[in-house]
Design a protein around this ligand. Structure first.
Ligand SMILES: O=C(O)CCC(=O)C(=O)O
Ligand SMILES: [Fe+2]
Length: 349
């Protein structure tokens, strides 16, 4: 099952308890030194002709494959509309996520991620790579959250489970569709073949960024790339906070365009698959003094036993220089857990 296999990828790089347990944000009045970063440059870049917002792609557009391929290449991130997921479902997931994060710390600890685990409550996996902690708590779910939900709400866990399972199902279908479009762009003649050669897995990460007394010196999530093929992100309540590092522009906010637009970003494995053509976008999250932001990130990629290698179309085969060697997903995740972004130089030719 997906859970155990992803856990397999992480178990050789266990985190220490200190790096998993978030502080109790509900009882804290000021930012402790452990979470105090040097001043964050959080001036929001305004969008104009010279500095456009990320592409917004209508999934029903006849030229969706070209639009998406172009967005992956130039931005590594885009927003999608007409994706077929109902607003009510986003509201339900947000409601259940907020219900979870509002629980007292001693309840949330009952479902904490184990030191080598992949699911449960805890800090971001990148935590050990930074000397300061992030203003963030997360809850990771793969398939059914039943065991955890029963511990939290022994008599009232059904709704939480139904909503989270339903959302993952919808995200899996949408992710698969997006991958089809993207693979069709990378290898126009062989799309079905390429995608059918992978078995996929997904994980849902509920992110919580509590109100922060000093947002100029705190970070919701430190700069990172996502590891898998792609991430589908929903910013609940249209609360901004996500920024990407854009060449020549610095940190740029991704403004929510509408309640039902979803953000899609390229992850490391798709960067490798595209032979470096699609950037795995470097991003971070800012926090707010008065708004408690919640986001829903769905990570989607091949099963950990899959082998990833750059795809080049047969017509290009002769002239193209391969940038990355073949790598098993499990090996890749293990290397990233040890070395973070340095992982790219370790698999580059
Ligand atoms: O909350 C966000 O806007 C981004 C979340 C994110 O980057 C992640 O979960 O990897
Ligand atoms: Fe991310």
């Amino acid at each position: 099952m997906a859970t155990s296999t992803l856990e397999e990828a992480y178990k050789e790089n266990p985190l220490s308890l200190q790096h998993i347990l978030p502080i109790d944000f509900q009882s804290i009045q000021e930012v402790p030194n452990s979470h105090l970063w040097p001043k964050i440059n959080n001036v929001l870049t305004s969008h104009n002709d010279k500095n456009p917002n990320v592409p917004i792609i209508d999934l029903l557009a006849p030229n969706v494959v070209e639009l998406m391929g172009h967005a992956c290449k130039t931005w590594g991130i885009f927003q999608v509309v007409n994706h077929g997921v109902s607003l009510e479902l986003f509201d339900e997931v947000e409601y259940q996520a907020r219900r979870f994060f509002a629980l007292p710390a001693e309840q949330k600890v009952k479902v904490m991620r184990s030191t080598s685990g992949a699911t449960g409550y805890g800090t971001a996996r990148i935590t050990p790579f930074f000397s300061k902690f992030m203003w963030h708590e997360g809850f990771t779910i793969m398939d059914s959250p039943l065991d955890h939900a029963k511990k939290l709400w022994p008599h009232d866990y059904h709704k939480f489970c139904d909503v989270m399972e339903n959302y993952q199902k919808k995200m899996k279908v949408l992710s698969f569709q997006l991958c089809l479009f993207i693979l069709n762009y990378l290898q126009p003649s062989q799309d079905q073949h390429s995608i059918n050669s992978f078995e996929f897995a997904g994980a849902l990460q509920l992110n919580s960024y509590p109100c922060c007394p000093n947002p100029n010196h705190a970070l919701g999530l430190a700069p990172h790339t996502d590891s898998l093929f792609l991430t589908i992100l929903h910013q609940t309540n249209n609360t901004k906070g996500l920024q990407i590092l854009k060449k020549d522009q610095g940190w740029t906010s991704i403004a929510p365009v509408s309640n039902d637009a979803l953000i899609v970003n390229v992850g490391d494995l798709l960067h490798i698959l595209s032979n470096g053509e699609f950037p795995s976008v470097y991003h971070r999250v800012l926090v707010d003094q008065t708004k408690h932001r919640v986001s829903l990130a769905y990570f989607f990629g091949p099963q950990v036993d899959s082998m990833i290698s750059p795809l080049v179309s047969s017509k290009d085969n002769d002239g193209v220089v391969l940038k990355y060697r073949n790598v098993k997903v499990k090996e890749y995740l293990g290397l990233k857990a040890k070395h973070l972004e340095k992982v790219f130089s370790m698999i580059r030719f």
